[in-house]
Design a protein around this ligand. Sequence first.
Ligand code: NZQ
Ligand code: ZN
Length: 382
Amino acid sequence: MQFTYFNPTRIHFGQGQIATITSEIPTDKKVLVIYGGGSIKRNGVYDQVVSALAEHQWQEFSGVEANPTKETLDKAVAIVKHDDIDFILAVGGGSVIDGSKYVAAAAHYDGDGWDILTKKHDVVTAVPLGAILTLPATGSESNAGAVITKKETADKLAFHAKVVQPRFAVMDPDVMKTLPERQLINGIVDAWVHTCEQYITMPTNAMVQDGYAETLLRTLKQVGDQFAERDNDAWRANLMWAANQALNGLIGTGVPQDWATHMIGHELTALWHVDHGRSLAIVQPSLLRNQIEAKRAKLEQMGRNVFQLSAGEDLAERTIDAIEAFYHSLDVATQFADHGMSHEQAVDTVVKQLEHHGMTALGENNAITLTQSRQILQNALV
Ligand code: NZQ
Ligand code: ZN
């Protein structure tokens, strides 16, 4: 175990906390408020932002889509450059926050912002930003990552840069009241898979990381099991906090990480617009079965400590079945048929994109080559 850990995002958690942005953003800043398709106008979040920024100089940019595109975000980059914006406030889910990170970084770069995603440009400076989270799922509100799509070529790529991590994040569980069922479920699945990506690898005897990951998994399982009784403050707060903790860097410090499910899932979203969380449920069970020998010990540990399964030679197999059953209990599919092609064509298309994106040695052992990905996709797609 060897690491440096620093999470510089100040978190304001709880009801009424949106008002804290008044003092979080200096009044001498020119602020750009970035949001999505308008859900914040229908649930009172926008009004709370307007009243909190009453003494600030600010303007807005709306229309950031789910799975945010470079094409849309470049319009915001032009505004930031032209109007000398020096603070960005992202108000939305992972897409708006990720999109705002891209805008913050691209605005301090003279070339094409897509260079950030292809790693041609290394991000060392960005406009400072803060976030008001409206959908618990990605953890983007207090991490340094962002995932951006180039519509033109159906590329969905990630970048990480310390300077785009939000200075503060407001998490008021009340904002979740207007979330459609589908998005709440996406959030549970995404946070669950984030935890798995940092936990179902190989034993390293990192007791704190393992123990906390198991707490998060048990919490998410319980939240999912109580989905029908979700209309209460505790349910919302537990999901919001668990999703944040799953990807704020803590459980991944000093331990191996996988992320292959995410890399393959991103291709399904880029090609066929599968919701991010749902893309993961399609890939993960098949991937775990493909990698079962390398992951057997951790799957057994998860079976014992998360699902309370009994001992036995097939414990790892039963753990994967339990993960899959959890998704099915939320009405989330673990196979995908809606690609409009033959099975072989669909598998080929994803494999080609993985190759094109350099995703040829994925997972904690770099063992998921294109051959493995092809096998995983044979079962994940129908
Ligand atoms: O655009 P609006 O009108 O706001 O509607 C959104 C959107 O349609 C709606 N919504 C959000 N909050 C709402 C609400 N509707 C009603 N009430 C509210 N309070 O929900 C829809 C989906 O929003 P989106 O932001 O796309 O969802 P999510 O938070 O799941 O973000 C997904 C994106 O994050 C990326 C994904 O790849 C995907 O692009 N990820 C980012 C990560 C990171 N930065 O660390 C890690 C993740 O693994 C993930 O890859
Ligand atoms: Zn995710």
